[in-house]
Design a protein around this ligand. Structure first.
Ligand SMILES: Nc1ncnc2c1ncn2[C@@H]1O[C@H](COP(=O)(O)OP(=O)(O)OP(=O)(O)O)[C@@H](O)[C@H]1O
Length: 651
């Protein structure tokens, strides 16, 4: 097997993304943004950003659940106070125990301080439990707050937002950001707890003897600095491993997902993919081992320097003791304080790293929410549109971003209520785009569409949409039951079974559905237990039924029969013809035999409207429609095969 450029780039070089930017799998992806920013920032830059991130996290948490946020804040502070109180009580106990006199008397004298120590220790434990409980309840609320906010925006933005590259990337990063918000809030709480503990110890130590504070810092800072550096190193390695991780994610998908499973087997790709996986993991393991060596060196160095500093503090304490400048109890308390401070500092430094990196992702989320506002549709005037009399498309042009030619180019046409009209034209001539503009799914770059002579913008957008049903070419297979898949065609109405079945019958879907294991209640999603999948044509029937459900005043059907068998196709077009004269239908199809009955046919070419008229008029004109129709009809123009006589008959 020869090695391709992709394999070499993916498995061996971190810089491959820059060297081979055209390979989609090597493009920078969203989930690295925070990590990379974190890796590129110096340790001091991390501290500079902390206050803002902490404030953001508190704001989100407050919005999500005020009660639990307050509980977490209060218990965190309380816990810190208890830690300081515990240290002071410890010192009191030691003072009593180290005093002159008989031991039983000293113990009795120490009892009140001991009782205080026991109480604050118990309180601290209790506060810890309350914090944990409140945090557990807070996490899902924070998740709901940010995720719901994201979904409110993603379901409201105009369709053209999804055409912009930057928007799609932005949205992916924002999705990662919602996950990070929960972690950010948790990391901020832990950080504050660590800092509160640290502060409490520092205050207690100063109260015991001011000289002890610098001693405490000397003993704790080397370790803290080393652990921050080690965390930084881990993130740098993580950021540099982007290509490997993407490659691994890709391989995971290829080997474990349903879509690739058939080809994997038919081409015998199992060994090939497993080999690729082994190569990626070989590189990954080497890098992780090297990282482990560096991290261990760094933390060992911190421990050694910290140990020496701690030793020096103890020597200093000894000297002060000998000198009589510090009581024995204060010195003993200082030893305990150093250990408590080291524990709190270890928590705080780890959380600083967490807050910073999760904060970067959260920044993506917050940025997306701001930028997405540009894509929200303008609010309508609120006027409810009356029943359709006439639909006019006036000089409508629509250009997609980064496309030189307009997809719809200065089209003007009118459809009267009750008409069935067809949009016809070759692939890419702009039929679906024009239909999407009429369906209010896309905004034209120029021109207007009018409902009864007034531009769409003057009507209430939601109520306008209520009057229009659309069956799109790229229909969606909703992972719901068959009944729900049809019922969502009129989601505001009661999902009555008789209506659903009637719509299914009009789309030739009823018989297919009743044959499913649970009939209309069959779940159409194979990834769930008892879920079923349908053939392409069966799905298309259900989609058409969804469009028929509402008997909308304007029904737009874009290629509704491309996968249907002849019988189903005939039934579907019969149902469309049933609307003629009563309700308005816009039909897009390449099967021109089905548009012969249309009142009018509009022929598009490269976005422009080039012909219009009835079938007979257009055939008589001998233009593009006549050419396409004749071409297709020629395919059927064969002499019927001679039917052999039934067996046993005499010829
Ligand atoms: N989302 C999009 N972004 C960019 N270009 C697009 C997009 N959708 C369609 N186009 C382009 O716009 C032009 C018109 O496409 P449209 O889908 O409207 O054609 P159509 O007549 O419906 O084609 P078909 O018969 O193949 O369904 C084509 O050149 C197509 O490549």
């Amino acid at each position: 097997m020869t090695e391709t450029a992709i394999e070499r780039g993916g498995a061996t070089r971190d810089g491959a993304a820059a060297a081979e930017p055209l390979l989609p799998e090597l493009r920078a992806v969203w989930w690295e943004a925070g990590v990379r920013a974190r890796a590129e920032a110096g340790v001091l830059a991390v501290f500079a950003e902390l206050p803002r991130l902490v404030a953001e996290a508190v704001r989100v948490s407050w919005r999500a659940d005020r009660l639990r946020t307050s509980i977490v804040a209060l218990t965190t502070v309380g816990s810190g106070v208890m830690a300081g109180g515990g240290l002071l009580a410890t010192q009191r106990v030691l003072v009593e125990l180290f005093a002159a006199g008989p031991t039983p008397d000293k113990v009795v004298a120490a009892l009140p301080a001991l009782a205080v120590l026991a109480t604050v220790t118990a309180l601290r434990g209790g506060l810890g439990i309350v914090t944990g409980y409140a945090q557990n309840g807070l996490a899902p609320r924070v998740r709901q707050e940010v995720e719901r906010g994201l979904f409110e925006v993603t379901t409201a933005v105009r369709l053209d937002a999804f055409d912009a590259d930057a928007f799609a990337d932005d949205m992916e990063r924002a999705s990662r950001g919602t996950e990070s918000t929960v972690s950010l809030v948790q990391a901020v709480t832990n950080l504050l707890a660590g800092l509160a503990g640290l502060l409490a110890v520092a205050v207690a130590v100063v109260l015991i003897h001011p000289l002890l504070l610098p001693a405490l810092l000397v003993a704790t800072l080397p370790r803290a600095w080393a652990s921050l550096r080690a965390g930084h190193l881990t993130y740098q390695t993580w950021a540099a491993g982007s290509v490997r991780r993407r490659r691994r994610g890709l391989l995971h998908g290829l080997m474990a997902e349903r879509v690739s499973a058939p080809e994997l087997r038919s081409y015998g790709l199992r060994r090939f993919l497993l080999d690729q996986y082994d190569r990626v993991m070989g590189v990954e393991t080497g890098i992780q081992l090297a990282l482990a060596r560096r991290v261990t060196t760094m933390t060992s160095l911190g421990a050694v320097v910290g140990g020496i500093a701690t030793g020096a503090v103890y020597v200093l304490l000894g000297l002060l003791l000998v000198d009589g400048r510090i009581p024995l109890a204060a010195a003993a308390t200082c030893v305990i304080a150093v250990q408590a401070a080291q524990r709190s500092l270890a928590v705080a430094t780890y959380q600083v790293d967490q807050v910073y990196s999760e904060g970067q992702h959260f920044g993506d989320y917050a940025g997306f929410m701001n930028r997405a506002a540009d894509y929200l549709p303008a609010a309508g005037s609120g006027a409810a549109p009356p029943p359709l009399r006439e639909l006019s498309v006036r000089e409508v042009t629509l250009s997609y971003p980064d496309r030189k030619e307009a997809a719809v180019d200065d089209v003007t046409l009118t459809v009267r209520a009750g008409e069935t009209v067809a949009f016809v034209g070759e692939n890419g001539s702009g039929k679906s785009t024009l239909a999407a503009v009429i369906a209010t799914l896309r905004m034209p770059s120029a021109g207007v569409v009018e409902w009864n002579g007034r531009p769409y913008a003057e009507w209430d957008a939601d109520r306008l949409r209520d009057r229009i049903a659309v069956v799109t070419q790229e229909y969606h297979k909703w992972p719901f039951t068959a009944a729900t898949n049809i019922a969502i065609g009129d989601v505001e109405a009661e999902a009555r079974q008789d209506r659903i079945e009637a719509a299914a019958a009009r789309a030739a879907a009823h018989d297919t559905i009743v044959e499913l294991p649970y009939g209309y209640e069959t779940l159409l999603d194979r990834t769930f237990a008892k879920g079923q999948d349908l053939s392409g044509g069966q799905w298309q029937r259900i989609t058409a039924a969804r469009g028929f459900l509402r008997d909308a005043e304007l029904l737009i059907m874009d290629e509704p029969s491309s996968a249907l068998d002849p019988r189903a196709e005939d039934a579907l077009f019969q149902s469309i013809r049933d609307r003629q004269g009563r309700l308005t239908t816009i039909l897009i199809t390449h099967r021109l035999a089905n548009v012969r009955h249309a009142d009018r046919i509009f022929v598009l070419d490269r976005g422009a409207l080039v012909e219009s008229g009835s079938h007979d008029e257009l055939m008589a004109a001998g233009g593009r429609y006549a050419e396409l129709f004749t071409l297709q009809a020629a395919g059927y123009d064969v002499a019927p095969p001679r039917v052999p006589p039934p067996r046993g008959t005499v010829g």
